[in-house]
Design a binder for this molecule. Structure first.
Ligand code: SDX
Length: 433
């Protein structure tokens, strides 16, 4: 970050003028630095939903919403379409550089080594009803994990942090798979140390005691890319939650458990489930794509075109473009022609030519196609947002560490403008109307 000495913002309040510094990021984004505003003027700014407010300076992910650009540590996500693995990208996001071969091997070995859960944790799954939402279990069990690793509550050095990160990234798969198995009344399948990250997760999800599930290469590639494309997205709702919780000094596990809760919402990570529900509703013949789009445009309907629109992208979400091409290529090979893909294409075609969506710059986002692909590789709908959380975890960890290293002991605490009752007295019960 550089303070543009030449440029300052002048704020005129009544007869007073105030100079506020302009800061400029490495991609020439600019901000008015208001850190001293209240002390100097008595004023605060008001920005419900923070659409115009920067909460921090970050070096992890860059998004240009108007151009549809997304880069992890400077690398465009389009370049991850071919070779890298999720493990590679997780290291990049957390530590800032792609891992050397030695670093990769050691990190990958840690992910294998840490995959098991303490047997004491397994019994905690028994306390949940089979109908428990997997995101509730995921958040609870990530917190429970910290009880089995008290040594990772205080991360004093990079080695400790690296072990905590590896444990979380490894074990989130096991927790997710056990939550699924529990919901189906199936026995837990232990991690297989001979398998890499994605195949091991799919093994724990779909193997049987008498028959191992072998992850097809196509499925492995698709899930790797889905996890990579979900790995970080700068200050989205769940990542900001992780930074907010971490700013109080809460440990990494508690902060990521809070991130899971924020991601769960249907306006955020829960949208991928809603997209599939929408497509299945249309497929069931309840309504045509045209009728659904009409409903989504009607304010009174409270219906939204799920998987469309974005707080930052006012152009195509580059992840949606990549997932759309993955769906086109993979689905015919994985599950034959999927009528839901046809419906999704039709919805996209209608919406992208409709003034309502064009005027509001509403385009398909990452969730629009991810659900169709996850369904094609056999992931049950109620696990879609869990997959999103597995993907997003390295981003949460990277941001938690960045906050810890750059703003430790600076608790996040927004202000407000009070609009409630002015001063009044307490009325004893006997005198109330
Ligand atoms: C993710 O932030 C991130 O980075 C998130 C994410 C990540 O990787 O972390 O990218 C992941 O959460 C993607 C978004 C997934 N959510 C959905 O697909 C749910 C459907 N989308 C919307 O609810 C909405 O678009 C949001 C929440 C995503 C963004 O909302 P905004 O930018 O705050 O827009 P808004 O609610 O202020 O709406 C602006 C206008 C309104 O109409 P008017 O009042 O101007 O007439 O656009 C309309 C809205 O009604 N609108 C939609 C719509 N999205 C916005 N109308 C119909 N369908 C939609 N999907």
């Amino acid at each position: 970050m550089s303070e543009s000495k030449a440029e300052q913002a002048t704020l005129i309040l009544g007869d007073s003028q105030y100079q506020l510094p302009i800061v400029e990021g490495s991609e020439h984004e600019r901000a008015i630095d208001i850190r001293t505003l209240r002390d100097r003027t008595g004023y605060i700014t008001l920005d419900p939903g923070y659409g115009n407010s920067g909460s921090c300076e970050s070096a992890i992910t860059f998004i240009d919403g108007e151009q549809g650009i997304l880069r992890y540590r400077g690398i465009p996500i389009e370049q991850f379409a071919g070779s890298p693995t999720f493990t590679d990208v997780a290291w990049l996001l957390i530590f800032g550089e792609l891992p050397t071969p030695a670093e990769y091997e050691e990190f990958s070995a840690d992910l294998t080594r840490f995959a098991n859960l303490d047997e004491g944790m397994k019994h905690q799954f028994e306390g949940f009803p089979r109908t428990a939402p997997p995101m509730a279990i995921l958040s609870a069990m990530i917190n429970a994990l910290s009880c089995f690793h008290p040594e990772l509550h205080e991360l004093e050095d990079l080695t400790q942090f690296r072990h905590a990160a590896a444990r979380l990234i490894s074990k989130i798969r096991t927790i997710a798979a056990y939550a699924f198995r529990k919901s189906r009344g199936l026995p837990y399948i232990y991690p297989d140390p001979s398998l890499k990250y994605v195949p091991n997760f799919m093994h724990m999800m779909f193997s049987q005691p008498y028959k191992q599930y072998i992850c097809p290469q196509l499925v492995r590639e698709a899930l790797n890319l889905i996890l990579i494309l979900h790995a970080d997205h700068e200050q989205n709702c769940s990542t900001s939650t992780v930074r907010m919780v971490g700013s109080s000094g809460a440990n990494l596990f508690a902060s990521c458990a809070a991130g899971v809760c924020a991601l769960w919402g249907p306006l955020h990570g829960g949208a991928n489930v809603e997209v599939l529900t929408m497509l299945e509703q249309i497929h069931a013949g309840n309504m045509t794509p045209e009728e659904y789009v009409k409903l989504a445009k009607d304010k009174d309907s409270k219906v939204r075109l799920m998987g469309f629109g974005h707080r930052v992208y006012k152009n195509f979400d580059p992840r949606a473009r990549m997932l759309a091409s993955v769906a086109e290529r993979l689905l015919p090979q994985l599950s034959g022609d999927d009528p839901l893909l046809e419906i999704a294409r039709r919805l996209e075609e209608i919406a992208l030519s409709d003034p309502y969506f064009i005027e509001r710059k509403l385009y398909p986002n990452v969730d629009f196609y991810s659900g169709i692909i996850l369904r094609a590789i056999g992931i049950p709908t109620n696990m879609f947002t869990v997959i999103f959380a597995i993907g997003r975890l390295p981003g949460w960890i990277a941001h938690w560490w960045e906050h810890d290293q750059t703003q430790r002991n600076k608790i996040a605490r927004p202000r407000q403008i009070y609009v409630g009752e002015t001063l009044r007295d307490y009325v004893p019960k006997e005198r109330r109307g």
